[in-house]
Design a protein around this ligand. Structure first.
Ligand SMILES: C[S@@+](CC[C@H](N)C(=O)[O-])C[C@H]1O[C@@H](n2cnc3c(N)ncnc32)[C@H](O)[C@@H]1O
Length: 248
């Protein structure tokens, strides 16, 4: 099952990669979310060894390069995304190492090595949260930081109709689903907030901070509002979930 899902998702991402080129990377964490410039969750990354899970076109890694990170590593399922990221990061000051690989597998990354592992809007694609989090834990140095953002678990379970919000899926339901805003066949996973938190704890992480805030300035509304990330929904619900944790 998970092999088939990964195969379909890879095909889908290779097809849509151009459309997502450089879309909302760091310092943005996600639609209507406070940015890294405001949250400063990464702190000073000068000289740090950093890995991004689901690095896409490499724009968040580029942001880390601009902040003088030491080594930048990334992995992504899509061949096209890795090709784009390699091109984008060609003239970086930091050392660059990119892998075309699902996050559920270790493509040969060093253990106990990274100061920071992060993932911007990619973790909810994993077909195996358990394997992915054990990999992240393995890659990090003791005391290392894991930061991720993803669509808030409430957001896709609620739709907006006229002036009302309607629950169209039980919050309790977890597992694979086909995202209605996704035109090519692609399967994402939905979890509850408690599942993310408990999985992190069970995989040896300490939670430092959970962010569910929204930012609804004129600028945010202009930048983020679209048919899926509706301002009308964001007024009532968090759009983005951000969790900062630390390997114990
Ligand atoms: C929204 S993009 C991420 C953008 C990127 N993090 C950034 O900040 O610019 C999501 C990425 O997750 C990747 N992806 C999807 N499923 C994956 C998996 N199982 N393992 C690794 N990467 C995956 C996709 O190929 C896509 O590039």
């Amino acid at each position: 099952m998970s092999f088939e899902v990964l195969h379909a998702n890879k095909k889908s991402w290779d097809k849509v990669a151009d459309r997502f080129y450089g879309r909302n990377p760091l310092p943005e964490y996600g639609p209507f979310a406070p940015s890294e410039e405001e949250l400063y969750l990464f702190g000073d990354v000068k000289g740090a060894k950093i890995l991004e899970i689901g690095c896409g076109s490499g724009h968040s890694l580029q942001y880390m390069d601009q902040k003088n990170a030491g080594e930048l590593w990334g992995l992504d399922l899509s061949k096209k995304q890795i090709k784009a990221a390699n091109k984008l990061l060609k003239n970086s000051n930091s050392t660059i190492n990119l892998f075309e690989s699902p996050m559920e597998e270790d493509p040969g990354l060093p253990d106990n090595y990274f100061d920071i592992v992060f993932s911007i809007f990619a973790l909810g694609w994993t077909t195996n949260l358990h394997k992915t989090l054990s990999n992240v834990n393995k890659y990090l140095k003791p005391g290392g930081t894991f930061i991720f953002s993803w669509e808030h678990p409430l957001f896709n379970r609620v739709s907006s109709k006229e002036d009302s919000l309607i629950f169209n899926k039980p919050y309790h339901e977890e597992g694979p689903y086909t995202h209605e805003a996704w035109t090519d066949p692609a399967i994402m996973q939905q979890y509850r907030l408690s599942t993310y938190v408990n999985s992190l704890i069970n995989h040896g992480f300490k939670i430092n901070r959970i962010v569910e805030d929204v930012r609804l300035s004129e600028d945010d509304i202009k930048k983020h509002s679209n048919s899926w990330y509706l301002y009308e929904k964001a007024k009532f619900l968090p759009t983005t979930l951000i969790i900062k944790s630390q390997k114990c």
